[in-house]
Design a protein around this ligand. Sequence first.
Ligand SMILES: Cc1cc2nc3c(=O)[nH]c(=O)nc-3n(C[C@H](O)[C@H](O)[C@H](O)COP(=O)(O)OP(=O)(O)OC[C@H]3O[C@@H](n4cnc5c(N)ncnc54)[C@H](O)[C@@H]3O)c2cc1C
Length: 502
Amino acid sequence: MKRAVIIGGGISGLSAAYYLTREVARSEVDIEVTLIEKGKRFGGCIVTEKVDGFIIEGGPDCFLSEKPWAIQLCEDLGLGDRLLCTNEENRKVFILSRGRLHELPEGFMLMIPTSFTSFLKSSLISLPGKLRMAMDLFLPRKRSGEEESLAQFVRRRLGNEALEKIAEPLVAGIHAGTPETMSISSTFPRFIQLEEEYRSLILGMLARKRMAREFAQRRSGTKRTMFMTLLDGMMELTDALEARLDKRSLLSNKRVTRINRLRDTDFPHNLTYEIHMESGEALMADCVIMATPVYVSAELLQDMDGTLSEVLLSIPSVSTATVSLAYRGAEIHHPLDGFGFVVPRAEKRKIMASTWTSVKFSHRSPPDSILLRGFVGGAQNEDLLEMDDEVIIDMVRKELIDIMGITADPILTRIYRWDKSMPQYRLGHAERLSNLEERLLRYPGIYLTGCAYRGIGISDCIHDGKLTAESALKFLRSLEKEYKKGEGTSSPIKAKPYGKLR
Ligand SMILES: Cc1cc2nc3c(=O)[nH]c(=O)nc-3n(C[C@H](O)[C@H](O)[C@H](O)COP(=O)(O)OP(=O)(O)OC[C@H]3O[C@@H](n4cnc5c(N)ncnc54)[C@H](O)[C@@H]3O)c2cc1C
C-alpha cells in the first residue's frame, strides 16, 4: 500500500483530497489518502457564519462562473441545485472618484469597455481619458516579449486614467495588490491572450462576449451569472467536500511542523517522507501534497531544502480583513442600487472596497435588514490591520458614513482577519515557478498546490488541486508498478523524478 498525505485543508487541499480519493476508488489502486489540517475546521479562507437570519461570509463570497471548475465540483458533489446567481437587476458596480460614487459604465468587462454608448455617457472618466482608452482600437500589438507589470500594460493599452480609476481598484484589487509590481502575465494572462489574438483589447473582448452569448444560447440548463455562490454560503462547498471524505482520512487540529526525507535505506518500502506534527506524532508518506499557504510550505520544507524554502519565500503574501455590518433596512437611506463599490488608491481612503452583500445575493439577510461588507488592508494599507478589531470596525463605519451617508448604528458587526492570505504574483513570478519546479525534481512525490502559484480564485484552486491529484496518482502508480516488479527483494525502489509543482 502507498500513502499520500495532503497538508492544509483549505479549498485547495480539500479538492486535491477529493479528486485523489475519487480516482483511487475508481482505479482500485491501494493508496491511503490522509488530509492534515492545523485548525479545528476544514475550509481555510472559506468560512460562513449564520447568525440571526444573516449569512455572513468571512472570506470569499462567490466564485467566477467563467472558470468552470468550481461549478463542475458543485455539480459533482450534488450541489447543482444549491447554486445561487447574483441579483442581475442590481448588477451595477460603483467606483469612488473625487469623493463621489460613479457607476462603472455598463458593458465593462473588468477594465475593458464593450458598450460604447454607456462608456461615452460615463461620468467616471474624463473626455481625454475616454479618447485615450479608445486608442486601444488602433494601437499595435506589443513587440518585445519582456514581462510587463499590470500598471505598464494598462498604461500602454488604455492610458493612465483607466489604470488609476478602473484597473487599479478593480483588477489589482482582486489580489489586494499594487499594479506597479504585479505581473500581468501571471495574474491576468487572459489580457495578454486578448492582445496576442485580437491586437485590441476592446475588439478582443467584444469577440469573446459574442462567443459567450452564442454559447449561452446553445447551452441548456440552469442559469449562470458571472459570480456564483451557494444558497447557504460558500462553506456549503467545503462542508460537502469534507463530508465526501472518509472521516478516518481527516486529521484536524494537527499542525504540521516539519517534513523530513528519509534516506532510502532507512525504510525499505518507499515511504520516503516523514511528516511531523506539533502533537509529537509523525506520519510516513510516499507522496506529500502541500496545500498550505506559501510561507508555511517554506517553513515546513526548510530543514529538507533551504534553497527551496527561499524560493517559496520569494512569493510574498499580504494581509486583509473583512468587516460585515448589518443594519435595519428602514434606517438606510442610500438606494443601494448595485453590488458595491471599489476605491482607487488616489482617493486615500481606509477601505479598499465594499460589497452590498444583501443586494448582490438573495437570502443573505432577513427581509427587513441590510448586510454590507468592507475590505481593509492589502498591499497598500496593511498597517491598518495592526489596530484592534473594534477600531477597525469603527473605521469601516466612518468610511461608510463619508462615502454612502450611512449614519445608522449597525445591529450586528463581524470582523475576519486574513493574515498573509493574499499571495502576490509579482514581476518574475513565472521564473520563480520554474525555479520551484526545477528544485522539486530532487524530491519525487512532493507537490505544491494552492493559491500562491497558478491562480488565486476559488475555481483556480480547485483546478490546481485536481491536476495535482492527477499527477500524484500517476506518481504513486509508477511507484507501485516498480515495487511489484521488485517484490520479494527488500531493496528500496528508486522513484522517477516526477517531483513537480504539480
Ligand atoms: C478576504 C478574502 C476574500 C476572497 N474573496 C474571493 C472571492 O470572492 N472569490 C474567489 O474566487 N476568491 C476569493 N479569495 C481568494 C480565495 O478565497 C483563496 O485564494 C482560496 O480560498 C485559498 O485556498 P487555499 O486552500 O489555497 O488556502 P487556504 O484557504 O489559506 O488554506 C490553507 C490551509 O492550510 C492550513 N494550514 C496552515 N498551516 C498549516 C500547518 N502547519 N499544518 C496543517 N495545516 C496548515 C490552514 O489552516 C488552512 O486551512 C478571497 C480571499 C480572501 C482572503
